[in-house]
Ligand binder design. Structure first.
Ligand code: NAD
Length: 474
């Protein structure tokens, strides 16, 4: 398989100052060595993006739109190849990887369409003798930092709106999954993105080098997706130059099953909400909050569906649950389960780490009480803690008892009751009677410590635009 492994700066593939091994987590073997960037590379990427901004920001929206459209078409045409790269470096099963590539490509299509539709405003001031003109301009050089769990979609969800808005970018992927990002950069190059508009770096020392870039006055915007902990650090770093920031951070999604829910539907939704991406999703249902009267039926049926999943390397035929991204991440999952059991949780399914070099962990269901520590942590794996409640008010209280507020799920056969519950839950997104709601055409983002800003939908392009007011005397 042809893999790009060099840095991409100012329209050229360049060697780094060293290399970083990329591992297949299903086997533990190294699949590629990717170039790492030194300080000079990071500086060159900023210079390239800064220079390219002068012309890219003035390029006709239609031209920007058509390049993004071309990138969408290339991604779809090469979806199988790209999905294999995702599966190899991330561990997720091929069907999940293919789903991610399609989802990722849709951000290029959506923002190709948005590039030519940025609205403005022309109004008479209340005083009558002045006019208010409002327009939007690209912010400038944008640093994009992405996580390992959706190596394709988190990159395109940022690159799409940035390019549509007229910004130039420097992409820094997670060190576990740079190959997918490199494949996307290569597609953008073939789609006709001019030199300097998109740059790729993988710093050899992430913290200090990113910090230096965030203190370079030519960088004006940081778009970050990752953990809340790293997000907080980067917000502090961004404060010195008062950068625009967009923060898509961690989640701890409640999945609320009210007593009138259709349990078969709830189980089908739970399987999607929990197991898409093997549970390694910021949107993954992390706390199953189930009405006492239906808890036994839900737990039995859900554990049966979870137990039927085939745990195998992501590219193996019939695999339904792949490896975690690394042994380190897998061990974090195992530790959270052990702590949950120690605190009184009862294992219904799974909970035993398999032998071998692959970073596998089995589908696990554990019933807990509401004080169990697992409810306070983002698990990021195939683990479903179930806690019960009495009455809708307690369900809402449990759902809100976290610092996170990204997404929540509500199952009920009474739409009015479900909407009332959705309105009372503190999260940026709520799925009613659905296990997946991510959609490039919808605003994605969280409240509380799950982040700032929205990606996708009509809102996404504004993360890369400044609002400018022009006042006119008439
Ligand atoms: P992470 O925060 O460890 O890393 C994210 C990115 O930040 C990586 O590229 C990493 O190399 C980089 N990074 C780490 N330390 C840094 C530093 N000091 N300075 C600059 N960059 C640094 O997260 P992860 O483990 O890759 O991803 C999992 C997390 O991402 C989960 O918490 C998940 O909920 C979150 N996530 C959120 C969303 C969302 O849209 N809200 C989507 C996907 C993942």
């Amino acid at each position: 398989m042809q893999l790009k492994t060099d840095l991409y700066i100012d329209g050229a593939w360049v060697k780094g100052d060293g290399t970083l091994p990329v591992t297949d987590p299903s086997t533990g073997s190294v699949i590629a060595e990717v170039a790492t960037a030194g300080e000079a590379h990071c500086d060159a990427a900023v210079t390239a993006a800064h220079n390219a901004f002068k012309t890219w920001s003035k390029t006709a929206p239609r031209v920007r739109s058509e390049i993004l459209r071309k990138a969408f078409e290339l991604m779809i045409a090469e979806a199988d190849h790209l999905a294999k790269i995702v599966s190899m470096e991330n561990g997720k099963v091929f069907s999940d990887a293919k789903g991610e590539i399609t989802y990722a490509a849709e951000f290029f299509r959506w923002f190709a369409e948005e590039a030519v539709r940025t609205p403005g405003d022309y109004r008479q001031a209340p005083s009558g003798d002045k006019r208010i003109l409002v327009t939007h301009q690209p912010i400038g050089v944008s640093l994009l930092i992405t996580p390992w769990n959706f190596p394709a979609a988190m990159a395109t969800r940022k690159i799409g709106p940035a390019l549509a808005a007229g910004c130039t970018v420097i992409l820094k992927p997670a060190s576990e999954t740079p190959l997918t990002a490199l494949a996307i950069i290569e597609i953008l190059e073939r789609a006709g993105v001019p030199k300097g508009v998109v740059n790729f770096i993988l710093p050899s020392k992430t913290g200090p080098m990113i910090s230096k870039m965030l203190h370079d006055p030519r960088v004006r915007n940081l778009s970050f997706t990752g953990s809340t902990e790293v997000g907080r650090t980067l917000l502090k770093e961004s404060a010195d130059n008062v950068l625009r920031t967009s923060m898509e951070l961690g989640g701890n999604a409640p999945f609320v099953v009210l007593d009138d829910a259709n349990i078969d539907d709830a189980v089908a939704g739970a399987m999607l909400a929990k197991m898409r991406n093997g549970g390694a999703a910021c949107t993954a249902a992390n706390r199953f909050i189930v009405a006492k009267s239906v808890a036994e039926e839900f737990t039995t049926k859900f554990a049966k569906a979870m137990g039927a999943l085939k745990l195998a390397p992501g590219l193996e035929d019939g695999a339904q649950l792949g490896a975690s991204v690394s042994i380190k991440e897998r061990n974090k999952i195992a530790d959270l389960v052990s702590a949950a059991v120690k605190a009184g949780g009862k294992l219904i399914l799974g909970g035993t780490t398999p032998e071998g070099a692959g970073a596998f962990y089995p589908a696990t269901v554990v019933t807990v009480d509401k004080a169990n520590p697992i409810l306070n942590n983002e698990v990021f794996g195939p683990v479903a803690p179930i806690v019960t409640f009495d009455g809708d008010a307690e369900a809402i209280e449990l759902a809100n008892s976290t610092e996170y507020g990204l997404i929540s799920y509500v199952y009920s056969s009474d739409l009015k009751r479900a909407i009332k519950t959705a309105e009372a839950i503190e999260s940026g997104m709520v799925a009613i009677n659905r296990g997946v709601i991510s959609d490039p055409a919808a605003p994605f983002g969280g409240v509380k410590q799950s982040g700032l800003g929205r990606e996708g939908g009509f809102a996404g392009i504004y993360e890369f635009l400044e609002t400018k007011y022009i006042g006119v005397e008439i």
